[in-house]
Design a protein around this ligand. Structure first.
Ligand code: DX5
Ligand code: ZN
Length: 216
């Protein structure tokens, strides 16, 4: 399973150091949470951060847009160096267009669903995505508790991969720790985001190793 540390819980003053630590520890993705104060209550950071991070790591930059009408920004994030750009199906009435824009801009396209959104909502676009992000908490903040009812949706998506021949990655985000990651993997998730579990600890590299160990 690929591990995607979320810099939302990193030390912003020493961000480069935190990124190097998880990079060296073998994390494959770096998860960057963009919040607009509208789709979610909090504000975080914009494309300038992606641009600043791009030259300091070869990790896959996995940008999670928690913004209303994300199609306004996808080109900017792609130009800034994002490898994967995720848009919430709840945030736009034009999900096909938003995903197509991401692909046209040369990035991998991801569709994201909140815990309260059924898989049915994204069935029409599954053929065109590289990754599906199943939120395992309601987005907006780090450090929330994993919602186990989301596991059923992961299983459902994994089933659809088999029956329809899709090959997207399934990512989980929110409340991922050593005691929740295994259930995600067993349900079919292939990428796990973890913020507070990794960066709130004294030894972030050790936390990455523990997550990897828990899914062996
Ligand atoms: C929450 C963000 C997450 C967050 C996860 O809205 O999308 O990526 O950083 O934090 P933890 O791992 O602490 O739940
Ligand atoms: Zn996220």
């Amino acid at each position: 399973m690929k591990i995607a540390p979320s810099i939302l819980s990193a030390d912003y003053v020493n961000l480069q150091k935190d990124i190097e630590v998880v990079d060296k520890a073998g994390a494959e993705y770096l998860h960057i949470d963009v919040m607009d104060g509208s789709f979610v209550p909090a504000l975080s950071y914009g494309p300038g951060w992606v641009k600043a991070i791009r030259p300091i790591t070869n990790m896959v930059l996995d940008v999670h847009l928690m913004v209303q009408n994300p199609e306004r920004y996808v080109e900017l994030f792609a130009e800034s160096g994002a490898d994967i750009i995720g848009v919430h199906v709840e945030a736009t009435p034009h999900i096909h267009r938003a995903l197509q824009q991401i692909k046209n801009a040369g990035a991998k396209a991801e569709v994201v669903i909140n815990p309260g959104t059924p898989v049915e909502m994204i069935k029409p676009v599954l053929y065109m995505v590289d990754q599906v992000l199943v939120m395992t908490v309601n987005p907006g903040f780090g450090g929330q508790k994993f919602l186990p009812e989301t596991l059923k949706k992961i299983q459902q998506l994994d089933q659809l991969k088999q029956t329809e021949g899709y090959d997207f990655d399934i990512e989980v985000d929110g409340g991922v720790k050593d005691n929740t990651i295994k259930a995600c993997k067993d349900a079919g998730a292939t990428v796990a985001v973890a913020g507070s579990y990794i960066f709130d600890a004294a030894d972030p590299a050790g936390q990455v190793a523990t997550l990897k160990e828990a899914t062996k």
